[in-house]
Design a protein around this ligand. Structure first.
Ligand SMILES: *[C@@H]1O[C@H](CO)[C@@H](O)[C@H](O)[C@H]1NC(C)=O
Length: 351
């Protein structure tokens, strides 16, 4: 039977549209929370049978595949939590970054990371070798992209870093993101057909602004100008998992203003992260939305670990809080753990 060209179009649109229109919050966040526990439980149950199992459902999903390098795009199906449906560049081509330069933010050279992330088509972006990329301006991503640092040591450092603004379906995995600086007062390209003027940026490691279906997994982040990962302006359907964060003041801001009520839509899962040495506050600091903070390891915080205002729901489960520093006696730790102005607490802490 001849296949009508239109059927491709229908297939294409029916694949894309559900992700594009579902950036509204899920009706019952508790179902997503339950789903996360189901994934964790299943991963733990398999520990005895899989030699490579760790009990971490995200890692066990791809690391147990000895051929993961041949099946890179399967990572997209390994997320848990609110960002679970972020497919990134799963259904697109592999793009290999071969050039670490970033000399022209308006006309990026083919082979550079910036040339990869601005494209309209879905792309799974990998790296030909170890490299340090010092961006000239913010890296403004287009939708349906994965940046996959597995197999190479990739540093995005010393310049502006990653911006996920009004786009959807982004996966950031396996990068070292550090020493991020402000950029701006410059033209920057965000798609093959468009570039525009950028004002001064915050200098975040990963800045999510009006973004949805975003998964930030397995990165190391440290020492940036503003936040390590900030999600604001109605961003939702986000999972931040397995990251190692160190040496930073304002770690993670989720919602930027008490009066910005559109942030009621925010739904974010923070899972299996290690909040490590040299961190001060905001792990995370939440406003308005629903935040599932689960199975994270907190080993350092100077002011407080989890905070919130504007009536967020923070569901904190199975986190481990140990502050080895002598300055933090158990009593002080309890006080410093939570910084709260009016929020619904669903807290089960093991001190
Ligand atoms: C996960 O396992 C725990 C501990 O055995 C159990 O209490 C919980 O109900 C399980 N959750 C799900 C969703 O399966």
């Amino acid at each position: 039977m001849p296949i009508h060209p239109l059927s491709f179009l229908f297939l294409f649109t029916s694949l894309l549209i559900p992700s594009l229109i579902s950036s509204s919050p899920v009706q019952d966040p508790e179902l997503v929370v339950e789903d996360v526990h189901r994934a964790i439980n299943a991963s733990r149950r398999n520990l005895g049978f899989l030699s490579c199992g760790t009990g971490n459902p995200i890692d066990d999903c791809w690391r147990c595949d000895l051929n993961w390098e041949k099946n890179r795009q399967r990572l997209a199906d390994c997320a848990i939590g609110f960002g679970k449906n972020a497919i990134g560049g799963r259904d697109g081509k592999i793009y290999v970054v071969t050039d670490s330069s970033d000399n022209d933010a308006v006309n990026p050279k083919p082979g550079t990371l910036r040339h990869a992330v601005i494209q309209d088509e879905p792309l799974w972006i990998i790296f030909a070798r170890d490299m340090t990329i010092r961006l000239k301006e913010e890296l403004i991503m287009n939708s349906f992209k994965t940046i996959d640092g597995r197999g190479a040591s990739v540093h995005i450092a010393g310049g502006p870093c990653i911006t996920i603004q009004y786009v959807t379906n982004i996966i950031i995995h396996g990068l070292n993101i550090h020493d991020c600086k402000q950029g701006g007062n410059a033209m920057v390209r965000d798609s093959p057909k468009h570039y525009g003027w950028r004002t001064i940026s915050d200098g975040d490691g990963v800045s999510i602004f009006g973004g949805s279906h975003v998964w930030v997994d397995h990165n190391s982040l440290s020492n940036c100008n503003d936040g390590l990962v900030d999600a604001i302006h109605g961003s939702t359907a986000i999972t931040i998992s397995n990251n190692y964060m160190t040496h930073h003041d304002k770690v993670m801001l989720l919602g930027h203003s008490d009066s910005y009520t559109q942030d009621k839509n925010m739904q974010v899962t923070i899972a299996f992260n290690h909040f490590g040495e040299g961190l001060v506050q905001r792990m995370p600091r939440c406003r308005h939305g629903y935040f599932h903070v689960v199975n994270n390891d907190y080993t350092h915080w100077e002011m407080y670990a989890i905070g919130g205002s504007a009536n967020p729901t923070i569901n904190s489960q199975g986190n481990r809080f140990t502050a080895p520093d002598a300055r933090f006696s158990k009593e002080v730790k309890k006080i410093n753990l939570i910084h709260s102005k009016m929020w619904k607490v669903l807290f089960s802490v093991h001190l």
